[in-house]
Design a protein around this ligand. Structure first.
Ligand code: SAM
Length: 279
């Protein structure tokens, strides 16, 4: 066991940066970027622009998926010697579909405090504005770019009972939506595009409606938020479930029955709640 409060005072800050609107930068983010010894950046040109906008002059060290393994030792030694560093990706949180996890692991191994400086997140912004359930969700990041592999992954996710979040690029969106429809069947889906930017838009539709979508208008950066499987068609039929509920209700309260069935089946809480309280 290790507790970060026992570590000496040297810190790796994981700094979230704007996903399109520079006004989303917080005073605390500016403070941290001003005070660290150096900044590790996914793309130094992007972070340089951000630092220039903030009028911060700081050494930038390139840290991306291609050199992650090679550069980690060097960065750890520098943080130990100089006391602090920040890690930024091009947008949003580092480590979320972006590099950083190797550095964080090594930092903790070397008793360096890891501190996250909060900021915008494309996945959470998209989810919260999607109108789909936010109480439980699954984040996947990017699906494979090849249709065959994409469909294999989606087949495994078909029974996922909670809202799912995917990143996608605008040039693959059409193929991905048709694969989603083919594998998952009809579901509610929200396309959240250009979040925090001038042309921010949420498109609320069902997968059956994608034929009528004008794909030329689906430009820019986007997040897909998809309804989880509400199970009316799968794994256990409703009749057997009702019998099981009836049986369980002889020994347990409705609340306890709900808990038992949520643990047993991948079924939605609202669906089970309605069945339990139906009779
Ligand atoms: N680290 C980032 C985060 O915390 O969200 C994600 C980086 S990932 C390489 C980039 C993907 O995030 C884009 O392809 C898009 O799917 C999503 N994204 C980033 N900015 C966005 C925005 N303003 N609106 C919608 N999606 C965005």
């Amino acid at each position: 066991m290790k507790r970060s409060r026992d570590f000496p005072s040297r810190v790796l800050y994981l700094v979230a940066t704007p996903i399109g609107n520079l006004n989303d930068i917080s005073p605390r983010t500016i403070d941290v970027l001003n005070n660290v010894s150096f900044v590790c950046a996914e793309d130094t040109r992007v972070t340089k622009n951000l630092l220039s906008y903030l009028k911060i002059d700081k050494e930038l060290v390139s840290y991306h998926s291609y050199n992650e393994k090679e550069i980690v030792d060097y960065l750890i030694k520098r943080i130990i010697k100089e006391g602090s560093a920040a890690l930024c990706s091009d947008a949003g949180y580092p480590l979320i579909s972006d590099p950083g996890s190797i550095l964080v692991k090594e930092a903790i191994k070397n008793d360096i405090i890891v501190s996250v400086i909060p900021g915008p997140s494309a996945s959470l912004n998209g989810l919260i504005g999607s109108s789909l359930p936010c109480d439980r969700f699954y984040f996947h990041g990017f699906l494979p770019s090849k249709s065959g592999e994409r469909k294999q992954v989606l087949t495994k996710l078909k029974s996922c009972p909670v809202t799912m979040i995917f990143y996608e690029s605008p040039h693959r969106i059409k193929d991905t939506l048709f694969d989603l429809k083919e594998v998952l069947g009809n579901r509610n889906i929200t396309i959240a595009r250009e979040l925090t930017k001038m042309y921010e838009e949420y498109i609320y539709l069902t997968l059956d409606e994608i034929d009528s979508l004008d794909f030329d208008t689906i430009r820019g950066e986007l997040v897909l938020i998809i309804e989880g499987n509400n199970n009316k068609d799968e794994s256990i039929d409703e009749k057997s479930l009702l019998l099981e509920i009836e049986d369980l209700k002889k020994d347990f309260s409705n609340k306890e029955v709900l808990k038992i069935l949520l643990n047993k089946y991948h079924l939605k809480k609202n669906y089970l709640y309605d069945l339990i309280n139906k009779n």
